[in-house]
Design a binder for this molecule. Structure first.
Ligand SMILES: *[C@@H]1O[C@H](CO)[C@@H](O)[C@H](O)[C@H]1NC(C)=O
Length: 211
């Protein structure tokens, strides 16, 4: 029995170390966070489960993924997805770029939360190298009155120069309880995405630095 406990503690410890080391290896800590979340959030795009740091294409990430995390019954959560590298990881002058922000999520029922920034997928510029896209979930102290603009998925202004860290401080969310991340480079879905917005990428890069 004691041996089993020791093994279990070891396995759980490894799982925590995994998220921490992955967030440090990809430099999300310190680029966006002071501390890595303890747990991995389950993220699935079209049935493909994400391991922290996986490569996904803009085509694969264009639709809202399926998400699960460990929650406490009756509690509310905030979900944040950000791009750390607009317009490029080397010169991320518009860091962070909001991709998806949902507050007052009952447990892990994302679709019942309040959407502030509607979901957009990865759309890194051509030749900009890989961008890092990070999912974070925070446990709220209760149901909150958010004072945030609603940003539709048909426009990108208002999304640049965001800070998940400052947002968490503003609403007293503490540290994220779970996270995940993927990287993506340009593919031929990116121009289709910009066409849908009715802007050319170069226009957008110069104004808001879309990712
Ligand atoms: C974002 O910050 C950069 C400087 O870091 C600034 O040049 C740019 O105007 C800001 N963009 C917005 C939309 O606030």
């Amino acid at each position: 029995m004691r041996q089993i406990t020791v093994i279990l503690v070891y396995i759980v410890g490894m799982a925590f170390a995994d998220v921490k080391s992955a967030f440090e290896a990809t430099e999300i800590v310190p680029d966006a966070l002071d501390n890595a979340p303890l747990k991995k959030m389950e993220v699935k795009y079209g049935g493909r489960a994400m391991n922290i740091g996986d490569d996904f294409t803009p085509t694969e990430t264009k639709d809202i993924p399926e998400i699960h995390y460990e929650y406490e019954s009756g509690c509310f959560y905030t979900l944040i997805k950000i791009d750390l590298d607009p317009p490029s990881r080397r010169t991320p002058k518009f860091r962070e770029f909001q991709h998806w922000i949902v507050g007052n999520i009952p447990e892990d029922r994302i679709s019942e939360g309040e959407v502030f920034s509607e979901y957009v997928g990865a759309a890194p510029p051509h030749d900009a190298g890989a961008h890092r896209y990070v999912f974070l979930v925070y446990k709220q102290p209760g149901k909150l009155n958010f004072n945030e603009k609603h940003l539709g998925d048909d426009r990108l202004d208002g999304r640049a120069n965001f800070s998940a860290k400052k947002f968490a401080v503003k609403y007293q969310l503490g540290e994220p309880i779970a996270g995940n991340m993927y990287q993506a480079v340009w593919d031929d879905y990116v121009p289709i995405f910009y066409k849908h917005l009715g802007v050319s990428p170069s226009e957008t890069f110069s104004e808001t630095g879309i990712n």
